[in-house]
Design a protein around this ligand. Structure first.
Ligand code: ZN
Length: 116
């Protein structure tokens, strides 16, 4: 049963209704009860859908972050290659031995012209 209502509860409700209202009014109560349950279910459904919308909206940034995490992780995974790259893209100063970027015109330490 939905909403945690057990069949025993319905039976108890019917018994209580019988005691309070008497058997003669039961069909009328039954109709009213059915209508109430339908309205309650309708309201509960709308509430649930509204809640789901909020959950979806709340999850959206999380999902975006989760989707962004692999994208952020990818550069760190490819990082070893760029970290190896500087060795190839640096040039050792012939004068002082300092490491300079490959496209540097002059040594950043001693100023020696780095030309090929
Ligand atoms: Zn130098």
């Amino acid at each position: 049963m939905p909403f945690g209502i057990q069949p025993i509860h319905l039976i108890l409700i019917i018994i209580v209704a019988l005691i309070i209202f008497g058997p003669s009014k039961l069909p009328e109560i039954g109709r009213g009860l059915g209508k109430s349950i339908n309205e309650f279910r309708k309201g509960a459904k709308e509430m649930t859908e509204g809640f789901k919308d909020e959950v979806v909206n709340a999850d959206a940034p999380v999902a975006a972050a989760a989707a962004g995490a692999p994208a952020q992780a990818a550069p760190t995974q490819t990082a070893p290659a760029p970290s190896a790259a500087p060795a190839a893209s640096t040039v050792t100063c012939p004068s002082c031995g300092a490491q300079n970027v490959a496209d540097a015109a002059f040594c950043n330490k001693c100023g020696t012209k780095l030309s090929y």
